[in-house]
Design a protein around this ligand. Sequence first.
Ligand code: TYD
Length: 142
Amino acid sequence: MNGIKEVSLKIFENENIKGNLSYFEVDKHIHFCIKRVYYIYNNNKNSTRGYHAHKKLHQAIWCPYGEIEIVFDNGYNKEKFVLDRPDKILIVTKGYWREMIWKKDNSVLCVAASDVYDENDYIRDYEEFKTYIKDGFWDYEN
Ligand code: TYD
């Protein structure tokens, strides 16, 4: 899908102690400034969330611990991504319906978002989402 990019971040290993470090940065990895970070935790295996799309919001999504599957839907096709490594991030533009499925207990989903929380940016009804798509509401280039 055009508006979803999976990026493998560089892993910095420490020569002296066990442990890795990864990072992502505005301009180098993501095309938007981060105004908000949130995270979802304490979920049981097989729990699901999401079922919405965003009108304007861009997001970087990663799973620092555990394994989470995300199915994105552009109104015509679906594509599944698996976040199972802390060094993997998904960069997602506006306009994708999503379902997140917890594949392991206590997996953590982190999101860095291009704007503050605004309920008006959400489309939570799938039929409404389809109408937006059909009306060409989204310009995927922006
Ligand atoms: P919501 O986006 O509805 O998550 P889900 O659909 O997975 O349950 O968010 C749950 C609640 O958290 C909702 O009442 C709004 C609130 N919330 C914020 O206040 N700020 C945020 O950045 C987010 C993501 C949610």
